[in-house]
Design a protein around this ligand. Sequence first.
Ligand SMILES: *Cc1c(COP(=O)(O)O)cnc(C)c1O
Length: 383
Amino acid sequence: MPQREMPLPTALDPCGRTFGPEEREAVLRVLDSGVLCGAFGRETRSLEAEMAALYGRAEAVSCSSGTAALHLAVAAAGVGPGDEVVTTPLSDFGTVAPVVAQGARPVFADVRADDGNLDPDAVEAAVTPRTKAVIAVHLFGGAADTVRLREICDRHGLLLIEDCAQAWLGEDPAGPPGRLLGTAGDIACFSLQQYKHITAGDGGLAVTDDADLARRMRLFMDKGWDRSEGRIHRTMGLNYRMTELVAAVARAQLARLPGLLTRRRTSAGRLAGAVAEGAVPGVRLATASGTPYEGHAWWVVPLLVDDNARAAKALDALGVPALPGYLERPLYANPALAGHPPGLCPRAERLIDRTLLVLPWNEGYTTADADRVAGALRKAATA
Ligand SMILES: *Cc1c(COP(=O)(O)O)cnc(C)c1O
């Protein structure tokens, strides 16, 4: 008889998320105030101030999702019909949907084979006179090459938008010690969706140092309406407002973030150590050059294997959830984005079809869980 073990915590279990008296008090505080809409309450403004302070940026703009935050960013960047935005095919659909919503064209650049982050050479090759911006995703919590991407954007006069939805408080190994991912771009976008490092169900934040970009994002978030000057719609805008309930919970979560990240780094770092440098045959960490680094945000633990479908099946039989490929197909192969031939980004396609294996992770994983996952990987490798 196989041993029955406790299932690992997921982001849909109370034990895989961290909600306590602070979140409870936050919800009741808002209800008792009578004001639930972010346009009139104090929670959204406070959350923005706290987020800006945490990231050391001049401004943070709250909104209803990570996708909305990216829409604020591309709209503020002036992306419109005829424009192109270079980005990755290996990400959530929320990375590209805003580009399409603006009537612009996402141009997909291939990724690096070792960690699935954008290949700067491919980004440079994809730039045309129509390119307005680059959206770089810090995939799985590991750093994209901010130095080279920043340099390419500066040389071509492009805006750099960082998609930090999976990289809350991740650090940039290329920067000075402790430099956060989300501080190299003109704008950085974050998500508070259920599965992210911290959550309020849904929600988004965009940070920037540029007052003009911040103003345009704020207008786009609230129907182009600057409420300090009467009912005038200065720009096109949607209703992407964050509610007070979400903001209040997000503030409690933001306060927990450093502690939650330490827990992830402790457990995921232990697994990373156990699989690093060929310790498990046929398994490699999907990080830059296959090495763990301390600043990784470990949204998940990404691995490289020979046959991701087979490995996922073997792990599943051992009670360890694993996603082969992360996505079923690259973003450009979705029906919503017609017109891209297969083979457009061969490295991304190979990762999805063959080599990438993603282990879901959350703050509920203990070091004992990490050891159990490492044991399952060793067993699966020899199965
Ligand atoms: C989750 C995610 C998004 C979208 O965020 P939502 O809050 O779900 O809209 C965008 N980009 C990446 C990389 C994500 O992981």
